[in-house]
Each structure stands twice: as structure tokens, then as C-alpha cells.
Design a protein around this ligand. Structure first.
Ligand code: ADP
Ligand code: MG
Length: 727
């Protein structure tokens, strides 16, 4: 008998095996059994053709209306088959397949698989695969539709699965019987059989219920174990000194903390005072004042004799944090310097591109404990960095740091430090419970008073080209009024023929829409900083002080441009998303995002958070040449219409495939979540979390359940570099 771990090559042909592996991430026999149908068609049930999106790889069921062919060149025959769902029509174009006309007489119901294209404003499929079911195979049963590829149609995938379906009984069941019975779920073998070969809709429902629960349960067991492990760690309690840095800092603050900031500060203070390490996620809109709260936590630790590290995802951000923390602390950050405060501390910067001398000085201050606050990038987690007494690690924009990196930093302390991760991307509750399930969550919901609203407008240059001129005029007006502006481009552009992405952030689970080469339509290259900046200088922004900022510049140059922009010596900064997070120049009031459709919803929201940080209202212009009515255009309209980050993160998540919610799915890789929707399946996640927590409380090492233990190990091995890491 074939083993579950056997390669698919042992059951299907080479060509099919190759396609299954490369395109669908199906490598083993078990993967094949776990490749579930995306949907099911009943006889006579036709696909809503109006729902097809350009660029999508689809399998549709439709009825043939007509078929007509003619020879357009001596060796080229073209056959147009018009199909319908009873309401709208779709044209299928076949080249050199004239014989198909006989197989597709009007009235035939068939499956067609191909990529949706737009030709002269009409949607069509070119050379789709065709499957005319024989009358019997359809009778009474449901026709499964599998995730397929351009070269391997759904029904071919189905045939491959049929060859291994008998093996379902051999698949080990990781779910404890007690849990399965308590939740009224099917045995695994039955669920697997029914998901592929359902008799009716209720079979589908019961099978999916069981498989979905498994996905949630495994993940929650992993998270419950991580929580249990963390709870068992020792930590040094940190409390602020009377009349120490925290009170001196509070006295210096030019504003009052909001109620929300007070509340969160209280939660953090309580965590820090405990004998086990804090593991807290602090989420809040851009500008909601997270950094101030985090800084107070850092000072608490310094007050108690320890050190705090602040980790930023990029050099630009680390430098920015260093500048703003130093400024906020004023004399409190100048211990040992003339005029500095005696009870103060020192703030040092540690980045990969510092000069050797500067780096050595920083390293010494960190090792001696002279520096209470250390700000840096990944360079901080390198071996050479020794802390005197690391008590707290603050990670800014968590999605760029994985658990492993957190662990590495933690290993730098003799006693595990407290950990606070900050994110400006609001996360719906169920996502937080899944992806960030090992963290406690605090949320800042209000913006500090006096914050001016940002007005956002769509600039549809496709329909109204002159709107772009108007956008540049607005920038000139802002500058004339003494303000500054950003122009954001999706790309850096060509230098010496190279167009690598440089330091442009590779995004994590909750930002950017990652275009899938399989399904996204081919687009012209997005506009680039290196091309846009010169054309603005010579054209609409002539006479203004325009400069560039992007990830491929040397870091001194970046720092130089940023500080000149901050001081007002630059009017307009043409940049990539390097300015996405943390950049804080209150005098910048306007932003033009070019090819805005190339950015994700949350990312645009982050970007526009760079303006309106001062007294004057902010303006954000989203330039796009997408057509009205397309999903990309709808997303932009949503961004322009609301300022509510939670609302936007929902829009963002809903417009993606599920796998992308948890991590960029690389082609050929599979997420462990196939049926579970972290957005829609809240009750399942809650139930699974309850059961998983109870189980791990009783048996933290899963001694009593080898099958579950193996499944969890396999999940961890599989996903180690994927989304669990990004949490
Ligand atoms: P975040 O890190 O959440 O984006 P910051 O902590 O950087 O937000 O705060 C954004 C800006 O608002 C900073 O200039 C900060 O000094 C200011 N700020 C923070 N808290 C308050 C407050 N309670 N009242 C007024 N301004 C505040
Ligand atoms: Mg910030």
C-alpha cells in the first residue's frame, strides 16, 4: 500500500506530479488528500458570471448559447463559444480547436477552466479547458471544484485524488476523542471522504466543520503551549523609582496623556511589576501615542536599574526613533554630559551601517549599563551586542520581527526580559486570537485631542487626467503656505540597470496585498522615485526644493535627507514606503500617492498617517488609473472614505485570499489554514481555543496524545518560517 508520506509521483504521472507540486503545493499523498475542493456545483447550478474578476484563474459551470468558428489565417482557426449563467454572457475563445464545436452544441452544460481576461472591455476566457460531464457522474451528486492551475484543471486534480481516496482510513486523527464527541464532530476519515465525495450539501457542511475545527485546534494548541511556556519563565519585576525618570518625564511632557494612554500605561506597569515576563501587543492607530507609552515603560525599567531596547524594522525608523526619543527626554537623556540631568540616562543608537568607531562606543555604553535605552535595527540582535541588564524589549511594527528574533534578543538577558510589541495596523479580534494568540493585547482607540483630521481624495487620472495637474497645484499651495509634502511611489526605479527592492520593506501578514503572479493581471510597471523626482523638478514642481528618499540610498544619505526634511530645508520628499511607519514631521501636510492601487489598504492608511501630525489639517491624494468598478478602485474608494483603521483592516482582509491574511503565500507553499477563515469563523476559533487551553493545562507536553504531538510538530516545522514566526 502507498504510504501517506509517499511523493505524489508514486500515484500520478510525472507531468501532473510536477504541476501539483509547483503550482498547488501538493507534494505527498497526504497533501493530495488534504487538497480540499474550493466549492461544489450541483447539476444545473451555474456560476454567477458577473462575479468573475479579471486575472482570476476560474472554474465555471455554464450553459452553451452558441458556437461559431472561422478561419482567420490559413493555419489559424478561431472558435467563439458564448456561454451564459441565465443572466450574463461570457465569450470563450478557442484557437485551432474547431472540433470542440461538435462537443458543445447549444444547451450543453459544462465546466470551463481558464484565466479571466478583458478584451475590448469584455471579459473572456482564451483556450479554457473544457469538461463536459457525462450524464451519470453528475446524477444526484455534487461536482467538486478544486483549486487548480492553468495547466491542471479541477477535474484532473479530482482524478488524482480519486487514486488515493482509499487511504483516508490511514490518516492519523490528532483530535482527542473526548473533544470530538463534545463538539459533535465527524471522525477524520469520514470527514476526508465526504469533503471529496459528498452526497449532498449537509455532507459538505459536516465534513468542513470537522476539518475546520482541526485547523483551529492545532493552531490553538501551539499557542496555548507557547503561553504556558512563557508563563513558566522567571522575570525581574520592574517598578518606577519615587521621583525617578518616569515622574521627571511626566513633568516634562508638553501635553496630558489621554485616558486611553493612562489605561494602557497602567496595564503595562502592572505587567512589568510581575515576576514573569510581560508579552503584550500594543495596537493603536498611527499617531495614537504608542511611542510615548512605550517610552514610559522603558523609563520604568531604567528607574529600576535595568535597560530597555527598542527595535525598529528599518534604519530610517531607528534613526527617527533615536531623534524623537532623545528630543522627548531632553536633559533626561544626557547623563554625564554638561548640563545633563544627574538622574538621567543615555540613549544610544545601534545600526548595521554605523561607523566602526560609533558602533564601538555604543556597544561599550550598552555593555557597561551607561546607556539605559538602546535603539536599533536587527543589528541589536547580533551576537556582539552585550547588555548589562536588559529588562525590556520594545518591538515597533511587530510584523517584521519573528518569534525567533524575539527569542534571540531574549537570550541576551540573564533573566528573560519583558516584551512589548507595537503595531499601528489594527487587528480584528479573531486574527489577534489566531496570529497573536500568545500575546496579551492593549489597544489605544482615541487619537490625542487637537489632532487634525486627514482629508483623502481619489484622483482618477484614467477618466480625469487634468486632476493630476490640480494635485501638483495643491502641493505648490501647501508649500507656499509654509508646509511640506510627500510624494510616494511604489518603486525605486532603475539605477545601472538594477531594480532590486533594496530596503523597501517586505511586508508581513497584515500589510500590503501581495500580487499573486497566478491570478493578478499583468500591469505596466509602477511609477518609480528615480523617474518621478526629476520629472517633477523639471515640470510641475519646478523651483521647489524636491529630494528623494528610498531604501537603496546609503544610510548617511537617507539620514541627511530625513533630517533636512525634518528641519524644513526640503519642501517635497519623493519617497518609497520607507516613510511608511514612524516618520514624524508635523509640518508635512500633504501627500500624493502615485499608483495608489499598488499599495494595500492598511499600507495606504499607514502612509497617510505621515501627514496631519501637526496643527494644520492633512491632505492625502490617491492617484490611480484603475477603472471605476474594479476591486482595486473600490479598495481605494474605501480608504478615501474612512479614517477608521479597524474598518479599513476589515476591508483589507476581506479583499484577500485567506492565506494572505496569515502570511504572504509564496507560490508552491500552502498555509495550514485551508478551510478556516480567521475572519468569519470566530465561534470555531473560540471553541478550539477553549479546548486547546484545557488540554494543554492538563498535559503541556501532549504525552497522552502522540498523534496530536506529531501534528503540532509537523505544523511548527512547516510554518516555522511562515506566519507563526511573524507573530
Ligand atoms: P504612534 O507611535 O502611536 O504613532 P506617537 O507616540 O509617535 O504615536 O505620537 C504621535 C505624536 O503625538 C507625537 O508627536 C507625540 O508627541 C504626540 N502625542 C502623543 N501623545 C499625546 C497626547 N496625549 N496629547 C498630545 N499629543 C500627543
Ligand atoms: Mg510610532
Amino acid at each position: 500500500m502507498v504510504e501517506l508520506t509517499a511523493p505524489v509521483r508514486s500515484v500520478v504521472g510525472d507531468r501532473t506530479a510536477k504541476e501539483l507540486g509547483a503550482r498547488l503545493g501538493v507534494h505527498t499523498v497526504e497533501d493530495l488528500l488534504r487538497h480540499y475542493p474550493r466549492r461544489y456545483y450541483e447539476r444545473g447550478e451555474l456560476t454567477d458570471l458577473s462575479s468573475l474578476r479579471p486575472g482570476e484563474q476560474v472554474t465555471i459551470q455554464a450553459t452553451v448559447v452558441s458556437a461559431s468558428g472561422h478561419r482567420i489565417r490559413p493555419k489559424l482557426h478561431k472558435l467563439d463559444v458564448v456561454v451564459t449563467d441565465g443572466r450574463s454572457k461570457l465569450t470563450l475563445t478557442f484557437f485551432n480547436k474547431h472540433w470542440l464545436a461538435d462537443r458543445l452544441p447549444a444547451g450543453t452544460e459544462a465546466l470551463f477552466a481558464g484565466k479571466v481576461e478583458v478584451f475590448r472591455g469584455r471579459r473572456s476566457l482564451t483556450n479554457p479547458e473544457v469538461h463536459v460531464g457525462d450524464a451519470d457522474s453528475f446524477a444526484g451528486a455534487l461536482q467538486p471544484v478544486y483549486p487548480a492551475s492553468a495547466k491542471l484543471a479541477s477535474w484532473q486534480v479530482e482524478k488524482s485524488i480519486a487514486t488515493v481516496l482509499d487511504l483516508v482510513d490511514a490518516v492519523p486523527d490528532p483530535l482527542p476523542d473526548a473533544v470530538r464527541e463534545h463538539r459533535g464532530l465527524l471522525p477524520l476519515s469520514a470527514a476526508l471522504r465526504l469533503v471529496h465525495r459528498p452526497g449532498d450539501r449537509s455532507d459538505v457542511r459536516r465534513a468542513q466543520q470537522r476539518l475546520r475545527f482541526d485547523e483551529a485546534f492545532l493552531l490553538q494548541v501551539v499557542l496555548a503551549r507557547r503561553r504556558a511556556e512563557a508563563a513558566g519563565l522567571p522575570a525581574t519585576p520592574r517598578v518606577p523609582a519615587d521621583d525617578g525618570l518616569v515622574s521627571a518625564f511626566d513633568a516634562r511632557l508638553p501635553f496630558r496623556l489621554t485616558d486611553g494612554q493612562h489605561e494602557v500605561a497602567g496595564e503595562i506597569a502592572a505587567d512589568l511589576a510581575r515576576t514573569r515576563p510581560m508579552h503584550r501587543l500594543l495596537q493603536g492607530e498611527v499617531g495614537s501615542g504608542k511611542t510615548v507609552v512605550a517610552l514610559r515603560a522603558m523609563l520604568t525599567v531604567v528607574d529600576s536599574g535595568g535597560q530597555a531596547a527598542l527595535l525598529a524594522p528599518t534604519e530610517v525608523l531607528a534613526q527617527q526613533h533615536h531623534r524623537s526619543v532623545t528630543a522627548m527626554l531632553g536633559p533626561l537623556a544626557e547623563r554625564g554630559l554638561l548640563g545633563g540631568s544627574e538622574e538621567g540616562t543615555r540613549v544610544v543608537l545601534l545600526t548595521g551601517s554605523q561607523s566602526t568607531a560609533a558602533r564601538r562606543r555604543s556597544l561599550l555604553d550598552v555593555a557597561s549599563g551607561e546607556a539605559g535605552i538602546v535603539i536599533g535595527t536587527h543589528a541589536l540582535i547580533q551576537d556582539a551586542v552585550d547588555f548589562f541588564d536588559l529588562g525590556l524589549v520594545v518591538v515597533d511594527e511587530q510584523h517584521r520581527f519573528g518569534v525567533e528574533q524575539r527569542d534571540a534578543l531574549r537570550a541576551k538577558a540573564t533573566v528573560p526580559p519583558h516584551v512589548l510589541v507595537m503595531t499601528a495596523t489594527p487587528i480584528p479580534r479573531t486574527v489577534a486570537m489566531t496570529v497573536f494568540g500568545d500575546l496579551d493585547v492593549s489597544t489605544l482607540t482615541e487619537l490625542p485631542a487637537g489632532r487634525t483630521p486627514i482629508t483623502s481624495h481619489l484622483v482618477p487620472v484614467g477618466e480625469k487626467p487634468h486632476f493630476l495637474d490640480r494635485a501638483w497645484e495643491r502641493i505648490r499651495e501647501e508649500v507656499a503656505a509654509g508646509h511640506q509634502a510627500y510624494v510616494v511611489c511604489p518603486r525605486i526605479g532603475q539605477v545601472d540597470g538594477s531594480d532590486a527592492d533594496g530596503e523597501e520593506p517586505a511586508d508581513g501578514p497584515d500589510l500590503q496585498v501581495v500580487p499573486d503572479p497566478e491570478t493578478e493581471p499583468a500591469l505596466r510597471p509602477a511609477v518609480a522615485v528615480l523617474e518621478v523626482a526629476p520629472s517633477l523638478i523639471e515640470g510641475p514642481l519646478a523651483g521647489l526644493r524636491v529630494e528623494m528618499l528610498h531604501g537603496r540610498m546609503p544610510s548617511e544619505a537617507k539620514d541627511d535627507v530625513m533630517s533636512r526634511f525634518a528641519s524644513g530645508a526640503v519642501d517635497v520628499l519623493v519617497a518609497t514606503t520607507v516613510i511608511e511607519v514612524g516618520v514624524d514631521v508635523p509640518n508635512a501636510t500633504a501627500m500624493v500617492v502615485l499608483d495608489a492601487d499598488r499599495f494595500g489598504v492598511s499600507q495606504l492608511h499607514q502612509l497617510r498617517g505621515r501627514v496631519g501630525r501637526g496643527e494644520a489639517p492633512g491632505l492625502c491624494l490617491l492617484v490611480t488609473d484603475t477603472e471605476a468598478g474594479t476591486p482595486a478602485r473600490d479598495r481605494l474608494a474605501a480608504v478615501a472614505a474612512t479614517q477608521d483603521g479597524f474598518e479599513l483592516s476589515r476591508v483589507d482582509l476581506e479583499t484577500r485570499r485567506e492565506g494572505d491574511v496569515l502570511g504572504a503565500t509564496q507560490s508552491g507553499r500552502r498555509s495550514s489554514l485551508r478551510l478556516l477563515s480567521v475572519l468569519r469563523d470566530e465561534p470555531v476559533i473560540v471553541a478550539a481555543r477553549e479546548d486547546a487551553t484545557a488540554l494543554v493545562d492538563r498535559d503541556p507536553h501532549l504525552f497522552a496524545n502522540a498523534e496530536l504531538r506529531h501534528a503540532v510538530d509537523a505544523l511548527l516545522a512547516d510554518e516555522r518560517s511562515d506566519y507563526l514566526e511573524k507573530a
